[in-house]
Write a protein that binds this ligand. Sequence first.
Ligand SMILES: CCCCC/C=C\C/C=C\C/C=C\C/C=C\CCCC(=O)SCCNC(=O)CCNC(=O)[C@H](O)C(C)(C)COP(=O)(O)OP(=O)(O)OC[C@H]1O[C@@H](n2cnc3c(N)ncnc32)[C@H](O)[C@@H]1OP(=O)(O)O
Length: 168
Amino acid sequence: MKHKIVGKQKNSKLCFVCGMKNDLGLKAHFYATEGQELIALFKPCEEHQSYPGRLHGGVASAVLDETIGRAILNKYDTEVWGVTIELNVKFKKPIPLNEELKVVGRITKENNRIFEGTGEIYLQNGETAATAYGKYFKVPLERIADFDPEENEWKIIEKEDDPDEIEI
Ligand SMILES: CCCCC/C=C\C/C=C\C/C=C\C/C=C\CCCC(=O)SCCNC(=O)CCNC(=O)[C@H](O)C(C)(C)COP(=O)(O)OP(=O)(O)OC[C@H]1O[C@@H](n2cnc3c(N)ncnc32)[C@H](O)[C@@H]1OP(=O)(O)O
C-alpha cells in the first residue's frame, strides 16, 4: 500500500530516536501521511544489536514508542506532548541491522488527559517484525523538561531523498 506523505516532523539534537547529533542514536526521520498515520524511516547499525546481526528488542521498542507518541502531533496545529505510561511490544520476526526499516504509528483513542496508539515495524520484504500498543499521559512541555527549541535543535531537517510517498 502506498502512503502519500503530507509533511515531515521535526527532529531534535540528542534524543536517542530522533536526535541528529546523537552518534549512538537512530536518527529516525518522521513523515506524516494523508491517512493521519506517522511513518518513521531509520537504518539501525551494529551498535544497536542484541545478538549479532539482530536489532535489540529494547531499541525496536524505543522507535515504536516514539512513533506512536509523535503521531499525536499530526492531529493538532499546536503541539500536544505525551509521556509514555505503558508500552506493550510483540516481537514477531528478527529485525536485521544495516537496512532501512519502516515504522508506522497512529492514534487509536484520546481523551483530555490520555492518548493511546498502535504501531508496527516492517521489514524490507513487507513482513511485520514487531507490533506495539502504547499509552501516553498528556503533559505540557514545560512540565516534561526545560526545553529551549533552539538549544534542542528542534526543527525540520530536509533531506534530498525525503519521500513524497512511502510503500509498505
Ligand atoms: C520545543 C522543544 C522540544 C525538544 C524536543 C526534544 C526531544 C524530543 C523527543 C521526542 C519527540 C516527541 C514526542 C515523542 C513522544 C513519545 C516518545 C517517548 C516518550 C518517553 O519516553 S517519556 C519517558 C517515559 N515515561 C515517563 O517518564 C513517565 C513517568 N511518569 C510520570 O511522569 C507521571 O507518572 C505522570 C506525569 C504520567 C503522572 O504523574 P502526575 O504526578 O501528573 O499525576 P498522578 O501520579 O496523580 O497520576 C495521574 C493519573 O495517572 C495515572 N497513572 C500514572 N501512571 C500511570 C501508569 N503508568 N499507568 C496507568 N495509569 C497511570 C494515576 O493512577 C492517576 O490516575 P487517577 O487520577 O485516576 O488516580
